[in-house]
Design a protein. Structure first.
Lengths: 622, 219
C-alpha cells in the first residue's frame, strides 16, 4: 500500500485525518490520491473500450461477419470512440496532471483540492452513467461525433408511423455534458495551479515541459468545452422540445452541428496528444542524459499548436462542400500546424542525438511515440489537402491516421509515463523484462492492427460499416488487423501482470531511480502527504540536475520528515455529494419528455447540489 | 507582485501557506479563468443566433410583421420586441454593476452601512432584471412565440434564457453575501469574497451589453 510509510509516522502527524480505509479515499482531497483514483478508473474504462474494439475486430475478421448485428456494431464503434477519448485518454492524462503538476512545480497540492475531488467524482459518475446505457439496452449509436441529423431526430411527437427513437443518443448527450463539467472544473483548477503555485524561482520558462504542455491543454479545455456544451444543449432541445437547430424542415442546418462539434473536436485532438508530447519531453532528456534540445522552441511550438488548433476545425468537413474559400483557408491552416509539430519532432531527435541512451521501457515507449506519431502526422498532412481528403473521407485511411496519432501518439506517451513515474507513485519499479515484452508486443500489435488500415482505406473500404462482402480483396488485411488487435490486447495483459507482480513485490524504488531532472525526484517515493517539507527554490528548468551537480553527482536519499506545522487541506465528502447532485440534476434530463414526474427528480438533484455547494463553501478548508 | 518581490528577497521569509507565484489570490485567478471559459459559451450562443438570423420559416419575428400560426390558422402577427421595456431593464442591470462596486468599496473600508445599502440595491436590480425577463418571456409566449416556433424563438430563448439563469445565479450569490454582511461576517479582510461575486456580476452585465444591441437593436 502506498500509505504504509505514512502509517509508521502516524503518531508524529499533527492532525488526525484517517490515512487508510474506504472513507479516507472517499473524502480525500490529496492530489496524489485523486491522481491514483483517476488512473485506476480510467484504466478500467480503457480496458472496456479495448474490449469493444476487439469485438469490432472479430466482426470484421472475415467477409459477411455475423458476430454482431448492424445496430450493435453502431453502438460498439460509438462507445469505443467515446470511451477511449472521454473515459480513457483524457482521464489518464488527468492522472498525470493530478499527480505530477504539483510535484513538478514544487507545490503541496493543487489550487483547489476539493474542486479536484469534485472533478474526479463527476467524471466517475458520468462514466458510469454513459455506460449504464448498455445495461438498459440503449447504448449510444450515433458515432462519437454525433452528427445531426442522425442524432437530432425528434422524440416528439411520436406516431405509430414515426415512433420515438430510443434513449441511446440521450445517454450520449447527457453523459458528455456531465463529463464536460468534470473537465472544465479540472482545467480551471490546473490552470490556476500552474499560474499561481509554482515554487519560488520557477518562472514560466523554467517549468518542466510536461507542465507546459499540460498548461496549454488546460487552456484548450477551458475554451473548447463550452462550445460542445452549447451544441449538446441544442441537440437535446431538438430531440426533446421540437426545436430546429439542426433540422432542415424548420430552417435549421445540420452542418451547424458539425461546425460547433469540430470547433470543440479539433482542439480536443490536441487535448489528447499534448500531454503525451509533454511526457515524451520529460523522458527523452533523462534517458539521453542531455537537456531537452530547444526548450524555448518546444514551449512556443506547443502554444502555437494549441492556438492554431482553434482555426482548423473545418478540415473535418471538406466533404460537406464549404466552397473554395473555406476549403483553402482550412487547408492552409492545417498545413501550418505541421510546422510547430515538426519543430517538436526535430527537437526530440536533437535531444537524443549524441546522448548516452539508456533503453528502459519508458524510453522505448517514448521513442516509439515519436516515430509512430510521425506516421500519423504525415497522413494528417495528406488530409489537409481538400481534394485528397475527399477521396479519403469515411474510409479506413482516416481510421489508420487517427489511431497512429492517438494510439501511437497518446497511448504510447501515456504508457511511457506510467513506466517512468510508477516508482514515484508507488515506491516500486515496474519489472523491466515484462516491460520490454509489453513494449515489443504493443509495438508489433499496434502496427499490425493499424498499418493495414491505410491500404484498406486507399482500396476503398468504408469505415463505420458493419461488414463487407467477399471478393473486394479486403479479407487478408482485415485478418491481419484482427490478429494485431489481439496481440495488442495481450501486451496489455502483460502490463497487468507486471502491475500485480510489482504490487506484491518489495518497495525497491529510491527517490530518484532514473537520475531525473525535475523536482518530483527530489522527494521520497512515494511522496509524503505534503510533498515538500520546505518549498524548493528553483534556479533553472532542471533543478534536480542542479542539485545533483552541486552534490558532486551523488545525492543522499531524502529523509522522511514529520511535517509538523504544515497545514494540509481537510478531507471533505461534499465534493462527492456535489458530484452526485450534478449527476441527479443532469441525469434526470434523460427523461425530460416524460412530464412532469421526472422534473421532480431534476429539482431534487438541483436542491441536493445547492445544499452540497453551500456546505462545501462554508466548511473550513484547512 | 509585491509578494513575489518580497519572496525573492530571501527564501526564509516566505509564508509557505500563502505563497503564490504571481501574488494574486488563487480564487480571483480562478474566476478570471472561469470568465474566459464562459466567453466561449456565450460566443457560441450569440454566433448561432446571428447565423440563424432571418432564417425563420414562419413568424412571429423580432422586428417585422409576419405570417404566423395562431389558433390553428395562419394569420398576420406583429413584431415581437418591445424595445423601451428591455432598454429600461438594461439600464437597471448596468447600474447594478456600479452599485456592486460601491458595495465592495464599503466592504473594503469596513463601512457596513454602505456595504449593506449598495449590496441590497445590487440584488434588487438583479431581481428586477430577472423579473423583467420572466415577464418578457411570458408576454412573448402569449403573442405566439413558443420555444420551438421558429429559429428566432429557439435561438433567442436559449441565448437570453442562459443569460437570465446566469443573472439568477449571480443574485443567489450576491444574496448570500448580503446575508453574511447583515450578520457581520463580511469584514474588510474578507472583502475579497464579495469581489469574486462582483467580478462574476460584471461579466454577466458585459455579456448583456453584447446581447442587447445584437439581439434587440440590430435589424
Amino acid at each position: 500500500m502506498a500509505t504504509s510509510v505514512l502509517e509508521h509516522r502516524a503518531p508524529a502527524m499533527p492532525h488526525a485525518h484517517p490515512k487508510t480505509g474506504l472513507w479516507s479515499w472517499i473524502t480525500t482531497v490529496d492530489h496524489k490520491r485523486i491522481g491514483i483514483l483517476y488512473g485506476a478508473t480510467a484504466f478500467l474504462f480503457f480496458l472496456l473500450g479495448g474490449l469493444e474494439a476487439l469485438i469490432i475486430r472479430l466482426q470484421l475478421t472475415g467477409p459477411n461477419g455475423k458476430l454482431v448485428d448492424p445496430d450493435t456494431y453502431n453502438a460498439l464503434f460509438t462507445m469505443h470512440g467515446t470511451t477511449m477519448i472521454f473515459l480513457g485518454v483524457m482521464p489518464l492524462s488527468a492522472m498525470f496532471f493530478n499527480y505530477f503538476i504539483p510535484l513538478q512545480i514544487g507545490a503541496r497540492d493543487v489550487a483547489f483540492p476539493r474542486l479536484n475531488a469534485f472533478s474526479y467524482w463527476v467524471f466517475l459518475l458520468g462514466g458510469i452513467f454513459i455506460n449504464i446505457s448498455f445495461l438498459v439496452g440503449a447504448p449510444p449509436d450515433g458515432g462519437w461525433f454525433g452528427y445531426a441529423n442522425l442524432t437530432s431526430s425528434r422524440v416528439i411527437p411520436s406516431t405509430a408511423a414515426a415512433p420515438a427513437p430510443g434513449l441511446n443518443i440521450d445517454f450520449w448527450v447527457i453523459g458528455l455534458q456531465i463529463l464536460g463539467i468534470a473537465s472544465i472544473a479540472a482545467a480551471l483548477n490546473f490552470f490556476v495551479t500552474i499560474v499561481n503555485l509554482r515554487a519560488p524561482g520557477m518562472k514560466m520558462l523554467r517549468m518542466p515541459m510536461f507542465v507546459w504542455m499540460s498548461f496549454v491543454v488546460q487552456v484548450l479545455l477551458l475554451l473548447a468545452f463550452p462550445v460542445i456544451t452549447v451544441a449538446l444543449i441544442y441537440l437535446m432541445m431538438d430531440r426533446n422540445f421540437g426545436t430546429s437547430f439542426f433540422m432542415p424542415d424548420g430552417g435549421g442546418d445540420p452542418i451547424m452541428w458539425q461546425h460547433l462539434f469540430w470547433i470543440f473536436g479539433h482542439p480536443e485532438v490536441y487535448i489528447l496528444i499534448l500531454p503525451a508530447f509533454g511526457i515524451a519531453s520529460e523522458i527523452l532528456p533523462v534517458f539521453s542524459r542531455k537537456p531537452l534540445f530547444g526548450y524555448t522552441a518546444m514551449v512556443f511550438s506547443g502554444i502555437f499548436i494549441g492556438f492554431v488548433g482553434f482555426g482548423v476545425w473545418s478540415h473535418h468537413m471538406f466533404a460537406t462542400g464549404m466552397g473554395p474559400f473555406a476549403d483553402t483557408f482550412f487547408s492552409l491552416a492545417t498545413m501550418v500546424i505541421a510546422l510547430p509539430t515538426g519543430v517538436k519532432i526535430f527537437n526530440w531527435i536533437g535531444t537524443i542525438w549524441g546522448g548516452s541512451l539508456r533503453y528502459t521501457t519508458a524510453m522505448m515507449m517514448a521513442i516509439a511515440m515519436v516515430a509512430l506519431f510521425v506516421i500519423g502526422g504525415l497522413s494528417g498532412v495528406m488530409h489537409s489537402s481538400a481534394p485528397a481528403d475527399l477521396q479519403q473521407t469515411d474510409t479506413y485511411f482516416i481510421v489508420a491516421h487517427f489511431h497512429y496519432v492517438l494510439f501511437g501518439g497518446a497511448i504510447f506517451g501515456l504508457t511511457a509515463g506510467a513506466y517512468y513515474w510508477w516508482p514515484k507513485m508507488f515506491g516500486r519499479l515496474l519489472d523491466e523484462k515484462l516491460g520490454k515484452a509489453h513494449f515489443w508486443l504493443m509495438f508489433l500489435g499496434m502496427n499490425a492492427t493499424f498499418f493495414p488500415m491505410h491500404i484498406l482505406g486507399l482500396n476503398g473500404m468504408p469505415r463505420r460499416v458493419y461488414s463487407y462482402p467477399e471478393g473486394l480483396n479486403f479479407e487478408f488485411w482485415n485478418l491481419i488487423e484482427t490478429v494485431g488487435a489481439f496481440v495488442l490486447a495481450f501486451s496489455f495483459l502483460i502490463f497487468l501482470v507486471n502491475i500485480i507482480k510489482t504490487w506484491m513485490g518489495p518497495r525497491n524504488a529510491p527517490a530518484d531511480p532514473w537520475h531525473g531532472a525535475t523536482l518530483e525526484w527530489a522527494i521520497p517515493s512515494p511522496p509524503q502527504e505534503f510533498n515538500f517539507p520546505k518549498l524548493p527554490q528553483v534556479g533553472s528548468s532542471v533543478p534536480q540536475w542542479d542539485a545533483r551537480r552541486a552534490a558532486g553527482g551523488h545525492l543522499p536519499e531524502p529523509a522522511l520528515v514529520s511535517g509538523e506545522g504544515i497545514h494540509m487541506p481537510n478531507p471533505s465528502f461534499w465534493p462527492l455529494m456535489a458530484a452526485i447532485g450534478v449527476n441527479l440534476t443532469l441525469g434526470s434530463l434523460l427523461f425530460i419528455r416524460q412530464l412532469p414526474y421526472w422534473y421532480g427528480l431534476t429539482l431534487f438533484g438541483a436542491a441536493w447540489l445547492f445544499v452540497s455547494v453551500y456546505k462545501w463553501a462554508f466548511e473550513p478548508a484547512h | 507582485m509585491a509578494q513575489a518581490a518580497t519572496a525573492s528577497a530571501g527564501h526564509g521569509e516566505i509564508d509557505e501557506h500563502h505563497w503564490t507565484s504571481t501574488g494574486l489570490d488563487t480564487r480571483k485567478l480562478a474566476i478570471w479563468g472561469f470568465i474566459g471559459s464562459e466567453c466561449l459559451f456565450f460566443a457560441s450562443l450569440i454566433a448561432t443566433y446571428l447565423v440563424y438570423r432571418g432564417k425563420s420559416l414562419v413568424g412571429p419575428l423580432p422586428h417585422t410583421e409576419s405570417q404566423c400560426m395562431m389558433h390553428g390558422k395562419m394569420q398576420a402577427c406583429e413584431a415581437i420586441f418591445e424595445i423601451p421595456l428591455v432598454t429600461f431593464g438594461t439600464a437597471v442591470l448596468l447600474f447594478s454593476s456600479l452599485f456592486v462596486v460601491l458595495a465592495l468599496y464599503g466592504a473594503q473600508k469596513g463601512d457596513r452601512k454602505m456595504l449593506i445599502t449598495w449590496l441590497s440595491a445590487t440584488v434588487l436590480c438583479g431581481l428586477f432584471f430577472v423579473g423583467m425577463q420572466v415577464y418578457e418571456f411570458y408576454h412573448f409566449f402569449h403573442k405566439g412565440l413558443g420555444y420551438s416556433t421558429n429559429l428566432f424563438s429557439s435561438t433567442f430563448y436559449t441565448l437570453t434564457g442562459f443569460h437570465g439563469s446566469h443573472v439568477t445565479l449571480g443574485v443567489i450569490w450576491l444574496s448570500t453575501m448580503l446575508v453574511l454582511a447583515l450578520r457581520g461576517k463580511l469584514p474588510p479582510e474578507k472583502a475579497l469574497n464579495l469581489e469574486l461575486a462582483a467580478l462574476y456580476w460584471h461579466f454577466v452585465d458585459v455579456v448583456w451589453i453584447v446581447i442587447f444591441p445584437v439581439v434587440y437593436l440590430m435589424r
